[in-house]
Design a binder for this molecule. Structure first.
Ligand code: ADP
Length: 389
């Protein structure tokens, strides 16, 4: 008999990523991405067509969703607000509640909801479970979760620091502790998730105590196209002086800023070639990115008091040895010493890139959000069997 499988769906505004995962073995059986949804150049006019294309692709890979042991469809949902922080079995009521949250995350939650609706329509006999990107940070200490602003307004509008990429920060921190052969609750960690979206977290003995993203995924590190931290005064200044609408300013900070805003390029491979050929905008963009990253590493060292491990993950963190070098170079006084050969050596899986005499272990830990979501789904199903609603 086939083992349990979970179809993990990550539905964005213009793309739908899917992966069929076997949670026990950790194996990804098949998957892909349907991009450019709704664009003239794309293959899918909407999310329903995208999901149908995904099913066709799975069938071409020899996978029949009726006989592959499908236990659940796991949906990555970016924002869970204050109410949702456990993997949640989706029914009409829950979806209606989730819909209300779209106001908190207008750029991210609506496409996930679209994905949920079409997946429930096309796979009506399977459990659909939402796993939230904010969940891991739900219990951040109040001092880290609270913005120093008018408290009544913050309460009324559910304004707090939520944090995102939680699935990845949790997964990577567990892998890092396992790699060091130490119990999770005995290690302090800094996790640097550096992809197109980027975030850092400080984790004390398995509990997250700070993270760089806030009410939305816009706060914190410099990202591919997002500004990260910026003086909120910039927003009102642009609104007043450049006659830009709030929507326009939000869009600019999310889609036309970050490394792309400074250099016209967001892919770090091409950014490095531009720097090599003397492009000063690319050099500045890289400098700003690294400066912010180092600031967060320093801040989280102070938040934690000490750290045992710093882990790099996601597209840039896993692949870009120059970023890793520049993020931690010169921090020997703080117990962080990189081994240049280890850092530049090709490798797969979890690996150490710090020197043997580095007090802090510096690791590369490939993230696997799909597997973490699939495992969350199985755990939620097991709990439902034990304590039916
Ligand atoms: P996301 O999931 O947030 O879209 P990823 O984690 O897939 O992003 O990271 C994508 C980014 O990783 C790319 O935009 C690119 O900048 C960077 N990247 C991928 N491969 C490499 C590589 N070999 N060297 C340097 N950067 C890389």
């Amino acid at each position: 008999m086939a083992g349990d499988t979970v179809l993990v769906i990550n539905s964005g505004s213009s793309s739908l990523k899917f992966q069929l995962v076997e949670p026990d073995s950790g194996e990804a059986l098949a998957g892909g991405i349907i991009g450019e949804i709704g664009e003239p150049s794309g293959r899918a006019a909407d999310h329903e067509e995208a999901l149908r294309l995904a099913f066709t692709q799975l069938a071409e890979d020899g996978i029949d969703l009726k006989t592959c042991g499908l236990s659940a469809v796991g949906h990555r949902v970016v924002h869970g607000g204050k109410a949702f922080y456990r993997p949640t079995l989706l029914d009409d009521d829950r979806i209606a509640e989730l819909e209300k949250l779209s106001e908190l995350a207008p750029l991210h939650n609506p496409p996930a909801l679209q994905g949920i609706k079409v997946a429930r329509k096309l796979l009506p006999d399977v459990a659909h479970i939402a796993v939230f990107d904010t969940a891991y940070f739900h219990h951040l200490p109040a001092a880290a979760a609270t913005y120093a602003m008018n408290r009544e307004l913050a309460d009324r509008y559910q304004i707090r620091r939520y944090g995102f990429h939680g699935t990845s920060h949790q997964y990577v921190s567990e892998r890092a502790a396992a790699f060091l052969d130490r119990p999770l609750d005995s290690v302090n960690q800094i996790v640097l998730h550096l992809g197109n979206g980027a975030s850092a977290s400080a984790i004390a003995g398995g509990r997250p105590v700070d993270t760089s993203m806030g009410l939305t995924p816009l706060e914190g590190l410099v990202m591919g196209t997002r500004s990260g931290d910026i003086d909120p005064g910039v927003v009102s200044y642009l609104w007043r002086s450049a006659n830009m609408s709030v929507d326009k300013i939000e869009s600019m900070l999310n889609h036309e800023s970050g490394v792309w805003g400074l250099a016209g390029e967001r892919d770090f491979r091409r950014l490095h070639s531009m720097i090599e050929s003397g492009n000063s905008s690319a050099q500045l963009a890289y400098g700003v990115f690294i400066h912010r990253l180092r600031k967060y590493i320093g801040a989280y060292l102070a938040v934690l008091g000490h750290t045992d491990v710093i882990s790099f993950t996601a597209g840039i963190g896993e692949n870009d040895a120059l970023v890793r070098r520049d993020a931690v170079t010169g921090l020997g006084e703080l117990g962080i010493v990189l081994d240049e050969d280890r850092n530049t050596a090709d490798g797969k899986g979890v690996r150490r890139i710090s020197a043997d005499d580095s007090r802090v272990a510096v690791l590369v830990v490939p993230t696997n959000e799909e597997l973490a979501i699939a495992r969350d789904c199985m755990a939620a199903l097991a709990q439902l069997e034990e304590f039916p609603r």
